[in-house]
Structures are given as structure tokens and as C-alpha cells.
Ligand binder design. Structure first.
Ligand SMILES: [Zn+2]
Length: 186
């Protein structure tokens, strides 16, 4: 199957509408030898328009370091919620289908359609300008975000909040949002 592995424009940075070029944490270039994750959080307004709440490009080395700061209990929780066989199988199967036509419609975990007033995240794993094979981007819907928030320890939430305050930009509106917003590290 001939796959178009170019990164969807949804993952371009809102600040300049261009692809991200550097890890937000260590500033490493996101070139052909770097694997990295982009996560963007949106709110869908009542009129259907999506506004970006935050965006983050992070290299795998920094993402792993951040994950290690979590308590083992929290890591287990995330693995239980997000690391299921179902999720991996679904994601792989989507790679072989026409995923580009509808990947932003539904939460990959709950299958629920994104509705007005929902908050949701998009997540993608890339290398240079390409999507990693068999890892098409996916959506985490509001219910799943809430579940993660509920089940993660207060300690981990604080770590993630600190991370958010440090790296997700100086916009004061963003800071307020992040006080009660879960940043997900997949
Ligand atoms: Zn980095």
C-alpha cells in the first residue's frame, strides 16, 4: 500500500502555520534523525470552530525523561488507560485504511465523536517530516482526558502542571487554563 506519510497540517505550529522545527524542551532540531511527538489541545466552540489551547513538540529523549519523573503508580495508570492492546491494534489497522479522511472525527479510545464544547487532544509520532510507520496520528476525546485526570495521582498532576508552566508558553491565558488542564504524555 502506498502511504502518504507527510505530516498533516493540523500538526503545524499555530504561531507561524509552519511545521515545528525544534524540541520545545531541549531545542534539538527535529530533523530526519530525531523521533518526536507533537501534541495539541483544542476546544471545539459551539459554532464548530476549533481553538488551540496549547501545542507542544517534544523529542523522544525529553518525553522519556519527563515520563521517568512520574511515580511508577502513575506510569502504570497511563499504561493501563492508553497502552492497551486494543489501542495498538486499532492504530495499526487504521494505518492500512484511509485514515486521513476521518482521523480527527473520533476519540481513538472511546470511539465517541468530538462534539461542540468538547476539549480534545491530537497526538502524532514523527521523524523528520514523516509520520512513523503504523503510528497514524490520533485523537484523545474529552471523556478519556477526564478519566486520565481522575485516575492520575495529585503528585503527577503537579509535575505535569509545572512542566506545562515551564514549557507551554508565556501566554497568561494559557497559564490559567493549565491550572486545571491535563497535559498528556504518551
Ligand atoms: Zn528534547
Amino acid at each position: 500500500m502506498n502511504q502518504d506519510t507527510s505530516i498533516p497540517e493540523n500538526f503545524h505550529s499555530d504561531s507561524d502555520a509552519h511545521p515545528f522545527t525544534a524540541c520545545k524542551v531541549c531545542s534539538a532540531a527535529l530533523n530526519d534523525s530525531t523521533r518526536y511527538v507533537i501534541e495539541k489541545a483544542y476546544k471545539r466552540l459551539t459554532d464548530g470552530e476549533d481553538v488551540t489551547l496549547f501545542e507542544l513538540a517534544i523529542c523522544i529523549a525529553c518525553a522519556e525523561k519527563q515520563a521517568q519523573k512520574m511515580s511508577s503508580e502513575s506510569r502504570k495508570t497511563i499504561e493501563r488507560l492508553m497502552g492497551s492492546k486494543d489501542f495498538f491494534e486499532k492504530r495499526q489497522a487504521r494505518w492500512l485504511s484511509d485514515w486521513k479522511s476521518d482521523w480527527t472525527d473520533r476519540c481513538i479510545f472511546s470511539d465517541e465523536e468530538i462534539q461542540p464544547n468538547d476539549e480534545y487532544h491530537i497526538v502524532g509520532h514523527f521523524k523528520g517530516t514523516e509520520i512513523l510507520p503504523y503510528q497514524p496520528p490520533f485523537v484523545i476525546g474529552q471523556k478519556m482526558l477526564e478519566r486520565m485526570q481522575d485516575e492520575l495521582s495529585a503528585e503527577t498532576k503537579e509535575e505535569l502542571d509545572n512542566f506545562g508552566r515551564q514549557f507551554l508558553g508565556p501566554d497568561p491565558r494559557l497559564k490559567i487554563l493549565l491550572e486545571d488542564y491535563q497535559f498528556v504524555m504518551v
